[in-house]
Write a protein that binds this ligand. Structure first.
Ligand SMILES: C[S@@+](CC[C@H](N)C(=O)[O-])C[C@H]1O[C@@H](n2cnc3c(N)ncnc32)[C@H](O)[C@@H]1O
Length: 245
């Protein structure tokens, strides 16, 4: 790891790379019909908190896809330590390439990652890789109500201009060829515990780093946390539980 790689400095060794919890992952998994899942893919798995939760619960191999090799190496290590190394198969690749590598997917899971290639594009891209009637569970940052603090609106207009409401994302999923079976919004505490409460002190410590890219990344992270603290629950991470129509 490079000492000045902002991603490694800020996120290195973190088990969660986004909001979420095993409790919520398993709650959403339980919304699906009990099926014999054979091909399960976790797109944008990061350090694989949810990969490990899925593999443990399903007792099936989970293909963990991410484009950043150090996160996958950390996931491999954690899976081995947890005694489920045989259930986690890591693939260092672009999540947009999933249909070229996997066929007849029973369950495509993606927490806090689809936005990297655009939520509508991700859904359209992954659909042909799903088996007929297969399932996709994808979380997406969404506006939860019409009124949002002006600061939050401005922050996302600059940083994530395509951010949509839950209803709009539901329509996007339907337009992409899915039936939306259920949604689930992550509770506020899952943003804080093990995520912002780890990131905030790290970012504070990096604000005076010699490398300006690190300083900028640290400041952006602190601004994101400040906006979240004043967000009045106007936005959140929403799971869309979908079936290929
Ligand atoms: C915010 S993190 C979420 C990670 C994990 N799902 C979690 O909730 O802890 C997003 C992940 O997507 C990965 N990523 C970004 N663009 C990608 C791409 N085009 N293909 C595969 N992975 C990608 C990043 O490396 C990162 O691990």
């Amino acid at each position: 790891m490079s000492d000045a790689n902002p991603v490694d400095l800020l996120f290195g060794g973190m088990e969660k790379l986004g909001p979420g919890s095993d409790e919520d992952t398993l709650k959403v998994l339980a919304m699906l019909p009990g099926e014999a899942w054979e091909v399960v893919v976790d797109a944008g798995c990061g350090a694989g908190r949810q990969t490990l939760a899925l593999a443990r619960q399903l007792h099936k191999p989970v293909h963990a896809v991410d484009s950043y090799a150090p996160f996958l190496a950390f996931l491999d290590e954690r899976a081995r330590e947890a005694g489920i190394g045989h259930l986690v198969r890591t693939h260092c690749m672009d999540m947009a390439e999933i249909p070229g590598v996997f066929r007849e997917i029973d369950l495509l899971w993606s927490e806090g990652a689809a936005y990297n290639i655009g939520f509508p594009h991700a859904l359209a891209t992954w659909r042909p890789a799903l088996r007929s009637g297969g399932f996709a569970v994808v979380s997406e940052l969404s506006w939860l109500r019409e009124e949002a603090p002006a600061e939050a609106r401005r922050f996302f207009e600059a940083g994530y201009p395509g951010m949509r409401s839950v209803d709009r994302n539901r329509a996007v999923a339907e337009e992409a060829g899915y039936r939306v079976l259920a949604t689930h919004t992550l509770p506020r505490r899952t943003w804080v515990e093990g995520y912002y409460d780890v990131l905030e002190p790290r970012a504070r410590a990096l604000r005076d780093h010699a490398d300006s890219a690190v300083r900028d990344f640290a400041s952006e992270t602190l601004e994101e946390i400040r906006i979240f603290n004043g967000s009045e629950d106007s936005y959140g991470y929403v799971f869309f539980v979908m079936q290929r129509a």
